[in-house]
Design a binder for this molecule. Structure first.
Ligand code: MTE
Ligand code: MO
Length: 340
């Protein structure tokens, strides 16, 4: 049966409120759902095909027998043992010069090439990826290589919420509330050796769960890198949540990088391995198109992409909502010293 497009469950008229007030309403709503102990009420709207229902009940896996929290058709939050940590306290040191992007807009405009190159369809395809159980390996030049269960790791870390601008190299931009912890907290935990000069991040490679990794032409898994100085900068964050709850898979569940002064492709999603290395590592886009995507990939309005200008950006979902690109995406004060 055709899925009916539902309006957002907290039922406010989008034209009457700012994205920020929608988001604040939602936070309150989620809290109250948490208070009654389950999200069944939200999931009750779902109109699933019969075979999907069967698959749901046939499983003996404990975690998947719980209902999957669903905020709207577009936003499905994976079941996690750490949902009690959201919403985390906002760190007010990070402010915006633009409205927070509407949550559904952000959740339906994604780059996640493991699933599709079509930004508006990623959210429809991500459910095949299992984001629990999930481990993150910290390895390479560290005191003791270790593999962390994602929820054990999240509980060890100081979660907070930050409002950041986000700028894709393709010129679209957004502003969202991320929840996570400074990357430097993980660095402290794993104690890198003094000859560790760079960090290499690697995403998943699961051809059994993700069709494109079976048939596609890219060389998976996706990988990225930062220098240790960049990784230790206060802005660099490992992110596990957005809009006051865990990441929906399209945003890179269960854990992704956010480096807001760099183009979006540096902010690698769904990380499985964090490796400390001596030499500058290769990166996915730089290895594919070295003339178009550099290792540093800092947001620089005066440095055009070979095929388009970077002077301006536009705020999703509206191409005409255009404004000048800011050096380092407006984070010059915090990061210029890294490149001086
Ligand atoms: N693993 C992985 N991470 C990725 C990508 C990807 O294709 N695969 N795309 C990058 C790009 S180009 C952007 S702009 C951002 C998009 O993040 P969002 O969908 O949460 O807005 O994710 C980045 N991280
Ligand atoms: Mo991007």
């Amino acid at each position: 049966m055709a899925a009916k497009r539902r309006s957002k469950i907290w039922d406010v008229d989008r034209n009457e409120v700012t994205p920020e007030s929608i988001y604040l309403n939602r936070r309150r709503f989620l809290k109250s759902v948490g208070a009654i102990g389950s999200a069944v009420a939200i999931n009750g709207f779902a109109c699933k095909p019969a075979d999907e229902e069967k698959a749901d009940t046939a499983t003996t896996d404990d975690s998947s027998s719980k209902p999957t929290p669903k905020i709207s058709e577009e936003i499905v939050i994976p079941n996690t043992p750490t949902s009690d940590l959201y919403p985390a306290k906002r760190n007010d040191a990070f402010t915006l010069d633009r409205p927070i992007t509407d949550e559904v807009v952000a959740a339906t405009h994604n780059n996640f090439y493991e699933f599709t190159t079509a930004k508006n369809r990623v959210w429809k395809l991500v459910s095949s990826l299992k984001t629990r159980p999930w481990t993150v390996e910290a390895t390479g030049l560290v005191k003791e290589p270790k593999r962390y269960d994602i929820d054990d790791l999240i509980r060890k870390m100081p979660l907070e919420e930050r409002l950041y601008r986000f700028r894709c190299v393709e010129t679209w931009a957004m502003a969202v509330p991320w929840t996570g912890f400074p990357l430097r907290e993980l660095i402290k935990l794993v104690e890198p050796k003094s000859n560790a000069k760079y960090i290499r991040f690697t995403s998943f490679n699961r051809p059994d769960e993700v069709t494109t990794q079976r048939f596609g032409s890219y060389k998976w898994p996706y990988y990225e890198g930062l220098s240790m100085e960049e990784a230790n900068n206060d802005l660099a964050m490992l992110v596990t949540g957005i809009y006051g709850h865990e990441l929906p898979t399209q945003h890179g569940a269960p854990i992704r990088l956010i480096v807001p002064w760099k183009y979006g492709f540096k902010s690698i999603k769904s990380i499985e391995r964090i490796e400390f290395v001596e030499d500058q590592p290769g990166t996915f886009w730089n290895d594919l198109q070295p003339l178009e995507y550099s290792f540093h990939a800092n947001v620089e309005p005066k440095v055009p992409h070979p095929r388009w200008s970077q002077a301006n950006e536009w705020l999703i979902p509206n191409r005409s909502d255009s404004r000048p690109t800011q050096l380092y995406n407006g984070y010059e004060e915090q990061v210029a010293k890294l490149y001086g």
